[in-house]
Structure formats: C-alpha cells, structure tokens
Design a protein. Structure first.
Length: 525
C-alpha cells in the first residue's frame, strides 16, 4: 500500500497470486475486489459503506500476505474509479463483440432475473449478464458472483434524471448536470462533478444507489431475453461499485381491517408532503397484486409528485383503503416523502385551478400553507413563500383569463392564511378553534422531543430555542419546554433572558428537579 499525491493510501494488487490458497473472509474478499491501483482507502470504504480504518487494517493484512503491493500510483493525477475516461471506442467495440461470442442465453419468462442472480452468486460468476427487452438493453457485471457494475442503454436510466426524480439532488444541480451533459461531458459522473458534486464518497453512494435502482427495474421485466458471458471484462468507463439487490417481500395483509390510529396520525402529520415514486418501483408494485382501482390510483401518484392530501382527494377507493394503501406505499419504500415539490412546478393542472381555489376556501389556514400545526414562525414564513411562488403566474405560461383569475384567488387565500398565522397570539387562538386538546398535546410532544434532539444531539441552541418556543406556544409555561428554552438561551449567552424564563416557573415536577437544579447552578455561577 502506498500514499498517493494527496497523502492517502492506494493499494495495488500483486499480479499472478492465487487468492484461493488463502482463507479470506467475505469482507476481505470484497475489499480485494475493489483494489485496482486507483482507488484509495477512503474510496474503497465509501463504496462498501464501512469504516476506512477497518479497510486499512484489512489491506495491511493483505500486504503482509503478499496479495497487495506497496507500489505508488504511476501518476499523481491518476483518475479514480468514479471518473475513468472512456476507452478507445473501436477497441472497446471489438472487445465487446469477442466477449459475447458463444455465450449462453435464454428467456426471462422461463428464468426470471432473481433466479439468474442466485445462480451467479452460487457459481461465483466473474463476467457479465446482458438483459434485453425490446429496445432496452442493460448489462450487469459480476465479480465472484456479486454485481459490481452496470451499464444501461435505456434513456430512462440516466443517472442525473433518476437522482432528481428520487429527490437526491435539487433542481438547480439537475439543471447544471443537464447543461454539462449538453456541453459534452465524458460521462454522467463527470457531469455531476461539473454540477458541483465533487465529494467522492457521495458520488460512490449515488452510483451504488443508481445501480441498484436499474437492477430493480430490470428485475420487474415480465419478459425479454438474457445472455451470460463468463469472463467478460468491465469496460473502463463503467464505475466499479457494489450493487445491493434485495428481493422485495410484498406485504400481504395490508388491506386487512380498518385504518389504525397510527396510520391516521401518519396521514394527518404528513398531509402537506409530496409523494414521489421510486424509479425502480415497478417490480415491487407488481408484487403487491393491486386491484384495477388500486393500480389506477397508483398510476396517478406516479405520474407527478402530489401532496398526500391531494392524493386522497382524487382517490376513487373508499376512505380507509386509500389511507392504508398510501401508508403501505411509503412504508415499503415505493414512494418517498418530500417537503416541497421536487419538480419545482405546481402540482395543480390548469384545468383544475378553479376547483382547487374553491377547495382552499374550505381548508384551514395550516393546510392552505401546507404547514404543520407545530411549525415555528420561521417555518411558516418559508412555507408561505414557497406556496406563493408555486402559484405565480409565470409558472403557468399558457394560462388564459379564467386560469389567471383562479391563480389570483389562490394567492389571496394563501395571503389570508399567512396573515393569521404570522402572529404568535393569533396562531395560539386559531389552533384552539381548529384542533382538539388531544391533537394539541400531540403537536406539543412532537416539538418538545425535536427541541431536545436539536439541543443535546445537534448542539444547535439557536434552532433548539426556536423549536422550544414553538412548543411553549402550544402549552405556555410548560416546565420541560421552559427548561429547554432557558438552557438554549444560556448557551447563546443570553443569561438574563434565561434567568427570567426560569424565574417564571411556578412548579417543578420531581422528574425535572435535577435538570432544574443543574441549570440554576449554572445561572448563579
């Protein structure tokens, strides 16, 4: 193992050594697979998602055994596995043709992808399997039976587009990625680098996720053909990253019974969040064996990001089945939740603006702003700004007079809601008229626990103070929230404000006596 130009350790395999003579555990074998003379310890650890120190210890053991040499990289600017330049196209084409001569082949109807992966693992396949369906073609590369690289010729599998659709990169980064691609970036990873994502560990995670998402999509193909090419080498421009594949075990009992209190609470707390489909959801959805109505509802959800409340309003299923289906879709990982629309555009089609404006007049102010009843003042202001921008005329370039009038009515309703919720006292009174005492207790508990985490685990007293004050809006004078707020004030250097907060406490529960005494000593000292 050697240190590269940046001081990091770069292992290089010793040629012509029979690895089978050594009794290596699975973890060490996985590390050895990624040793290519270019990756450093941090890059190998990131690809495997393990501690770099553990990787370094294993590599030192391999070095003592003579499996890894201590040679320095040939050039200090040697590219890593994440951005290798493409090989000469003519040479790569000839090698590809040779590799796929005389390969075994078959139909995916007779042998599904899951069976092929099991066979590859049991036989320790070193080579590739190519899947074809219509014009789609995906090649999966293996090392010792494990998938370590993938190359797709499907437009829908574009790395940047899939990252954006899943919410892993924001709109601005995606636009920069597309611009880099149009400028002729060598490959998708290079385009991501040009878009501002330079962290190698993050890129490795993205690539591993991307490979798994592509594989999950292919695993859902109901038909097509496959070819197995033992010995096929991974092309230089395909990043070597371990791809995790987990067969989906569909829940079979999710329809049973009425919607539970936990499910109702989940729907209520996340009503304003957007549902975004996993790009690889096809196989998992097929395993759920949806009815015709359920499948129709899910297709609508997958067509564009929708808020949960909007999704519920458009369902043709009964109330309880709709809520149970939404909860199961999120729990199964088929859909993820986002605070804002990841596509950056309004989720409301032009033809539905009038009905949407009418519906807003009947909704409470928190729902209008897509804010949670426990939201802080800053969060409410941010939601107002986001909602206002969502219905700006500029986002609807084809709107006619009728649509513009509806947009004006929507913005007026959003303004009215913000006017009510921007003031702490008015928020307190409004909550009492809209929510029950039990609901307010739940909101308080949520903010209290959040303030505790932010203060004690994230060590962010400013943010903790804001959340604790939000909790005290819900229950003025509550002892635990008061102590958290006073602790945050003290950490911010506002000793006088902290003393006044503690001095206003009338009764100290025995469970909080120790925290109260400790804080009092700090204030006196």
């Amino acid at each position: 193992m050697s240190t590269g130009h940046d001081g990091r350790l770069v292992p290089v395999k010793t040629p012509d050594v029979d690895v089978s003579r050594f009794r290596l555990d699975a973890g060490t074998l996985r590390i050895l697979e990624l040793v290519d003379g270019e990756r450093d310890v941090d890059e190998i650890a990131a690809a495997l998602r393990v501690d770099p120190a553990a990787v370094q210890a294993r590599l030192e053991m391999l070095s003592r055994a003579g499996l890894v040499s201590l040679t320095k990289p040939s050039t200090p600017s040697s590219p890593g596995a994440l951005d290798r330049p493409p090989a000469d196209s003519a040479k790569a084409a000839r090698e590809d043709v040779e590799a796929w001569k005389g390969v075994s082949s078959g139909s995916l109807e007779g042998k599904p992808v899951s069976a092929l992966l099991e066979e590859a693992a049991s036989s320790g396949l070193v080579g590739a399997i190519r899947f074809e369906r219509g014009e789609d073609r995906v090649t999966l590369y293996f090392s010792l039976g494990q998938p370590v690289g993938v190359r797709s010729e499907c437009d829908r599998h574009d790395l940047g587009d899939m990252l954006r659709a899943s919410g892993k990169i924001d709109k601005k980064t995606h636009e920069a990625y597309r611009a880099a691609t149009e400028r002729g970036a060598e490959h998708a990873v290079s385009a991501l680098r040009q878009a501002g994502i330079g962290d190698k560990a993050k890129l490795a995670v993205f690539l591993a996720w991307h490979g798994g998402a592509i594989l999950s999509d292919v695993a859902g193909w109901p038909d097509g053909r496959y070819q197995i090419a033992p010995g096929a080498a991974i092309p230089p421009h395909v990043a070597k990253v371990r791809i995790k594949y987990e067969p989906h075990a569909a829940k079979t009992d999710w329809r049973e019974g009425q919607v539970t209190e936990a499910e109702e609470r989940f729907i209520e707390q996340n009503a304003s969040r957007y549902l975004v489909v996993d790009p690889a959801a096809g196989r998992k959805l097929s395993a759920m064996k949806l009815s015709e109505k359920e499948a129709h509802f899910v297709r609508h959800l997958a067509s564009k990001p929708l808020q949960i409340r909007e999704a519920l309003s458009m369902s043709t299923l009964y109330r309880s089945p709709t809520r149970k289906l939404v909860c199961n879709l999120v729990e199964s990982g088929l859909f993820s939740l986002h605070e804002t629309n990841p596509l950056g555009v309004s989720a409301i089609p032009l033809e539905e603006l009038r009905q949407y404006a009418d519906r807003l007049t009947r909704e409470n102010d928190y729902d209008v702003l897509a804010a949670h009843p426990s939201s802080t003042e800053q969060e409410i202001a941010e939601r107002y700004k986001s909602r206002r921008a969502e219905f700006d005329d500029a986002r609807f370039p084809t709107a006619v007079e009728e649509h513009l009038a509806a947009l004006l009515a929507i913005r007026a309703r959003i303004d009215k809601a913000f006017e009510c919720l921007r003031d702490a006292e008015r928020r307190r009174e409004y909550r009492r008229t809209v929510y029950s005492a039990d609901q307010i207790d739940n909101f308080f508990e949520l903010q209290l626990r959040k303030a505790e985490v932010v203060l004690k685990m994230r060590c962010d007293p400013e943010a903790a103070l804001e959340v604790a004050q939000s909790a005290l809006e819900l229950k003025p004078g509550e002892p635990e929230a008061t102590i958290l707020a006073a602790t945050a004030l003290l950490q911010l250097g506002r000793r006088g404000d902290a003393k006044r907060a503690i001095g206003a406490m009338r009764a100290i529960p025995s469970s909080l006596k120790r925290s109260y005494d400790e804080l009092t000593r700090k204030l006196i000292g």
